[in-house]
Write a protein that binds this ligand. Structure first.
Ligand code: ADP
Ligand code: MG
Length: 343
């Protein structure tokens, strides 16, 4: 398929028998297939492997026709099934309210998608609310496999890059320089996103890697070999300043937002410092959180009350969250405004 057969003007969202989302392969002026970026090839290969209800579907790869109008340079597009919302967009809109059953449905689908990709030996490596898409019929899709890669658990220790995952969702092992990591890195992100379902904005908004580790220690307790045997062998353990004497306060700090004990328990297990003890997708899906009333319920009725698409890039920029111990503002939020939560 040639994209300019179907794209008019600069429109990227177009009317087809099926609504689709076009993502151009950025930064590269691809003249011929020989110059196709290896990162895009990796993403395509992974997306072609991952066919699951909770993973965004790659429908086509197409390109514009080379012509004098584009100086004989084609642009390649990945064509995806269209999803009406992303989770960051939904969470930044104060009018969108999730019940406990709906939060369970979101988390169940998210973990189900992760279970599927991890079973296929793929790490996502960029878990965050903006990369979680939700269709108008309430089906959640993991998206943005731009940083994803295959992993192996056998043989020699792996030496993957640790320069992955958006800082606020980055797990402590990556921040400490671990290069032989595995699916637990995505589980940490799932924990951050789970908390965000209640707090409505990212729970640990560090400015630097050092600051991020500080925020993690303040919430999850000091990072020591007692709670995480072997951490002392990680490359940056001795080089970065890690807060000492911090108590673990995951449940205590989040109980103001989350009243459900099962939710707090699952969150505590997802935000476990030691990656070898962090709960995996299979055990998380079997957790009591999903098997007690209210049971996970359909998101369609709630979403159908909101006619327009909600995406992070359409929402006003979220302000920096003030110091965690600061009191929330007293005035009720204006219901017409996107709002900022204070954690
Ligand atoms: N299939 C899709 N349907 C609708 N919107 C999408 C789709 N895929 C991505 N988007 C939107 O575009 C944003 C950026 O896409 P993404 O795949 O995350 O690329 P990147 O973050 O690398 O630019 C997403 O956060 C989402 O809001
Ligand atoms: Mg993205």
């Amino acid at each position: 398929m040639y994209a300019d057969d179907i794209v008019y003007g600069s429109q990227r969202f177009i009317s087809l028998p099926q609504k689709v989302y076009f993502q151009d392969i950025p930064l590269y002026d691809i003249i011929d297939i020989g110059a196709f970026p290896i990162t895009a090839l990796r993403e395509i290969k992974i997306l072609q492997l991952l066919k699951n209800e909770n993973v965004v579907e790659l429908l086509e790869i197409c390109r514009t026709k080379a012509s004098p109008y584009n100086r004989w340079k084609s642009t390649f597009y990945l064509v995806f099934e269209f999803c009406e919302h992303d989770l960051a967009g939904l969470l930044s809109n104060v009018n969108v309210k999730f019940t406990l059953g709906e939060i369970k449905k979101v988390m169940m689908q998210l973990l189900n998608g992760l279970f599927f990709i991890h079973s296929n030996k793929i790490l996502h490596r960029d878990m965050k609310a903006a990369n979680i898409l939700i269709t108008k019929s309430g089906v959640l899709k993991l998206a943005d496999f731009g940083l994803a890669r295959a992993f192996s658990c056998k043989g020699m220790p792996n030496r993957y890059t640790n320069r992955v995952v958006t800082l606020w969702y980055r797990p402590p092992e990556l921040l400490l320089g671990e290069r032989n990591y595995g699916p637990a890195i995505d589980q940490w992100g799932a924990g951050c996103i789970m908390a965000e379902m209640w707090t409505r904005s990212p729970i640990m908004q560090g400015n630097t890697e050092q600051h991020q580790l500080q925020l993690i220690s303040q919430l999850c307790g000091s990072i020591t070999p007692d709670v995480w045997p072997g951490v002392e062998n990680l490359e940056l353990y001795g080089k970065l300043e890690l807060p000492k004497g911090q108590k673990r306060k995951v449940k205590e700090r989040l109980k103001h937002y989350i009243k459900d004990q099962y939710a707090l328990d699952l969150l505590d297990r997802l935000l476990t410092l030691d990656p070898t003890k962090r709960i995996d997708t299979d055990s998380a899906l079997n957790h009591d959180f999903f098997w007690n009333d209210p049971m996970p319920c359909d998101l369609t009725p709630m979403l159908s009350r909101h006619g327009t698409s909600m995406f992070e890039y359409l929402a006003p920029p979220r302000r920096r969250v003030p110091h965690p111990h600061q009191q929330p503002p007293k005035q009720p939020p204006n219901p017409d405004q996107h709002f900022e939560r204070i954690f």
